[in-house]
Design a protein around this ligand. Structure first.
Ligand SMILES: C[S@@+](CC[C@H](N)C(=O)[O-])C[C@H]1O[C@@H](n2cnc3c(N)ncnc32)[C@H](O)[C@@H]1O
Length: 258
């Protein structure tokens, strides 16, 4: 697997060449610039990827200590649309708790068949839902449902594994349901998602509770709250709240600083 490690911030240079002296008065300025560079919050720091022996549901690649899960294939799309889902996971409650405004632009990233896309679309009649996925087959199913339901404010976007292909500073709320833990390049995805958010925009992250052994989901498809906060904080998002109203999942809310 190719490495996605990025270079660290430049190390502080040492040695007499870089210090101010009567002969080299600009040296002090140089040192100050280096100190500012080293202190600045940087997205160029190493993304903390690693490798491990692949688990049955993992890809053998780690991010901040977590093994990334395999992508759920479109062949399992029926599972996303199962009728008992409303009872088991309360998706309608998720959308209510999101407190969407009628003109919001929402991005449903890892939208799959659009289960959440079509719950959100009526809540943003003056806005729209951008449904992003990397599997064209999922987007085809979503397009068929869009036609069937007759909604006009849903746009599908074929993303890349490292880029949801969203416009900059254009999105009010990003929703990711049972998808983030599958991103093979979570750091690059999240950096791009943060760029797509307006200042003060929110990320709503729904993941099966990793701390709870009673949540009967494959371990790599669950996340602990602490791990999720660690990964969102790594791209500069602020944790606002975790709502524990759902039977199986954490609903974690983050904000892009204004
Ligand atoms: C388990 S499904 C969840 C679908 C939907 N959110 C739902 O809850 O019904 C996860 C989806 O995330 C998508 N996915 C995985 N990696 C992705 C990425 N980097 N960008 C966008 N979508 C991704 C998969 O293709 C899959 O459709």
């Amino acid at each position: 697997m190719k490495s996605h490690a990025r270079s660290h911030s430049p190390p502080l240079a040492a040695g007499p060449l870089f210090f101010a002296s009567a002969k080299n008065p600009a040296g002090g300025l140089y040192v100050v610039l280096l100190l500012l560079l080293a202190a600045a919050p940087s997205t160029t720091t190493a993304p903390s990827y690693g490798t491990c022996a692949p688990s049955p549901d993992g890809i053998g690649r780690t991010y901040l200590g977590r093994e990334i899960a395999q992508v759920m294939g479109h062949q399992a799309a029926d599972w996303l649309e199962r009728p008992e889902r409303e009872h088991e996971e309360k998706p309608s409650l998720v959308v209510d708790l999101m407190e969407l405004k009628s003109a919001d632009v929402v991005a449903d990233i890892g939208a799959g068949t659009g289960y959440f896309t079509f719950l959100m679309a009526p809540k943003v009649p003056q806005g729209k839902v951008l449904a992003v996925d990397i599997q064209q087959e999922m987007l085809d199913l979503l397009a068929a449902k869009s036609k069937q339901v007759g909604v006009k404010n849903v746009e599908s976007v074929l993303g890349a594994e490292d880029d949801p292909k969203l416009p900059a500073s254009a999105v009010d709320v990003v929703l990711m349901v049972d998808a983030y833990h599958e991103f093979s390049q979570p750091r690059e995805m999240m950096e791009s998602i943060v760029r797509s958010l307006k200042p003060g925009g929110r990320v709503v992250l729904i993941e099966y509770r990793g701390e709870d052994p009673k949540v009967n989901i494959k371990p790599h498809h669950k996340m602990t709250e602490a791990q999720a906060i660690k990964e969102m904080s790594a791209v500069g998002l602020k944790h606002l709240a975790t709502k524990e109203d759902l039977p199986l999942q954490h609903m974690m809310i983050f904000e892009k600083p204004r």
